[in-house]
Write a protein that binds this ligand. Structure first.
Ligand code: FES
Length: 126
């Protein structure tokens, strides 16, 4: 079956610029995951931010299986804090720290990583 995963996050519509602020670090609970959108509402750039302590991991909210969001709404996000995040369509499970799919229909593929940095308590695009 054809996979629908773009190659480079920067080329996606609405992709934020380097240095763009995402949120305060404290807006994401330790071990929590949050969704953010950039760009036009009809075709937003969807970002997932996962936090572990003072560190954050960023991924495009697009499953490596069909290219659809892992979740459409924050309350639909499925994750095991500091361990994994899963797609709520067919339940592919991705590692927390690098977005590698370790089980599911797209096993061996990965979420697109978005580099993030934390500067003075603010999460920014790295
Ligand atoms: S669309 Fe995500 S696992 Fe199928």
């Amino acid at each position: 079956m054809k996979k629908a995963q773009p190659v480079e996050w920067r080329g996606l519509p609405g992709a934020p610029e380097q240095g763009c602020s995402v949120c305060a670090l404290d807006a994401v609970a330790d071990g929590g995951a949050k969704m953010f959108s950039f760009g036009a509402a009809e075709k937003p750039f969807r970002l997932l931010v996962l936090r572990s302590g003072d560190g954050v991991f960023g991924y495009v909210n697009s499953c490596a299986h069909f290219g659809v969001p892992l979740a459409e709404k924050p309350e639909q996000l499925i994750f095991n804090p500091h361990v994994s995040i899963s797609c709520n369509v067919h339940y592919a499970r991705y590692r927390w720290q690098d977005g590698y799919c370790e089980s599911g229909d797209c096993e061996g593929e990965s979420l697109l990583t978005v580099p993030l940095a934390v500067c003075e308590g603010i999460v920014q695009i790295g």
